[in-house]
Design a protein around this ligand. Structure first.
Ligand code: ATP
Ligand code: MG
Length: 344
């Protein structure tokens, strides 16, 4: 009874709880926020646990720059919840933000989860959302949401392949008749690319760079195949020999080399999924191509390399960052579809 009254005043939400970014779509309002999945927490005095200081952009600014008593935490690692309490705090923040900080609302929430998620992990997501104030929680698989968000007709009896390269995971899935026919996920995505850059710079220049600097250089000059024009960029960090801050100049060819390993894993996963796709659906994919979504798909020439490696048409969604959240939002507006695609 109380629940249904609280429900009257709340907007239902669709949440893409990503490793790197969390996006929230509110029914009737559209996309209402997109923020880094980062929470800054401070130790309370006299050992009384922790207090949330900032969430999202503000907290991301603090990553790698915090004093001893403050931690900037990314509660989602490799696509799944690594820190239950902090995830709950983050969800509560997003739910309250969606409802102008009112604490009394109890929305129905659709949350996107990776297809490889275990039942224990599913329960963790569900319980986090319930204790953060949700009235009812539906889980849908990210590739399904991404396909719907990218405008593919998932209920038709045709094969669609979606490749979602996120921060923590890459999910490759073939969808037909509102279900995932085959899928494969690897815990490689944008974060592993950043790691590749950090390790490369360590080996080649004896210098330690931070995660954020590595990400910045990846976005600006990182690439998946050789470029005709050389682009250079300064990279700042700490010298590993004498411990002093230093600057080196790196270029796109070096960054391509640094990214070889994660990119190879992504391409291999696409190959393996194609190999396991039933022939009729494989024929559909030859005609319709592969849809790329996720922030990692923005890496320069990754689409070119995939086209060369698979000989298939490669399509990019209009906005790779929001495809999953948009798809989940569309599902929220379409209850029969929600029943079709929600997982138990
Ligand atoms: N121009 C770019 N080139 C390369 N990588 C990029 C670019 N822009 C963003 N990225 C990367 O995209 C990743 C974030 O993508 P996205 O928001 O889709 O991930 P996510 O949904 O939070 O993660 P996941 O789906 O794995 O949980 C980050 O690793 C970021 O560095
Ligand atoms: Mg994602």
């Amino acid at each position: 009874m109380l629940d249904s009254i609280a429900g009257l005043f709340s907007n239902d939400l669709a949440i893409d709880l990503g490793t790197a970014n969390t996006l929230v779509y509110a029914k009737g309002k559209g996309m209402i926020c997109s923020e880094p999945s980062v929470v800054a927490v401070a130790d309370e005095k006299r050992g009384r646990g922790e207090r949330v200081l900032a969430v999202g952009h503000q907290a991301k600014e603090m990553v790698g720059r915090t004093p001893g008593s403050i931690r900037a935490v990314r509660p989602i690692k490799e696509g799944v919840i690594a820190d239950f309490e902090i995830t709950e705090a983050m969800l509560r923040y997003f739910i309250q933000r969606a409802h102008n900080r009112s604490k009394l609302v109890r929305p129905r929430i659709v949350i996107c989860v990776p297809p490889c998620i275990t039942s224990v992990e599913k329960r963790a997501v569900r319980e986090s959302a319930l204790s953060a104030g949700a009235r009812e929680v539906f889980l849908i698989e990210e590739p399904m949401a991404a396909a719907i968000g990218a405008g593919l007709d998932v209920t038709a009896p045709t094969g669609n392949m979606v490749v979602d390269i996120g921060g923590g995971t890459t999910d490759v899935a073939v969808i037909s008749l509102a279900g995932i026919v085959t899928s494969r996920s690897i815990r490689t995505g944008g974060d592993k690319m950043d790691e590749g850059i950090i390790n490369y710079v360590k080996r080649k220049y004896n210098m330690l760079v931070g995660e954020r600097s590595a990400e910045a250089v990846k976005m600006q000059i990182g690439c998946a195949s050789p470029q005709t024009k050389t682009m250079s960029m300064e990279l700042k960090g700490r010298d590993l020999v004498n411990g002093i801050p230093k600057v080196v100049v790196t270029n796109n060819e070096e960054m391509r080399e640094a990214l070889l390993e994660p990119i190879h894993s992504i391409i291999e996963t696409v190959h393996l999924t194609l190999e396991r796709t039933p022939p009729e659906l494989a024929a559909d994919i030859v005609d319709r191509g592969i849809m790329l979504v996720g922030g990692g798909s923005l890496l320069r020439d990754l689409d070119v390399l995939l086209r060369e490696e698979t000989k298939l048409p490669i399509l990019r969604s209009e906005d790779p960052f929001t495809a999953v959240a948009h798809g989940a939002g569309k599902v929220l507006d379409n209850l029969p579809l929600l029943r079709d695609v929600a997982i138990s």
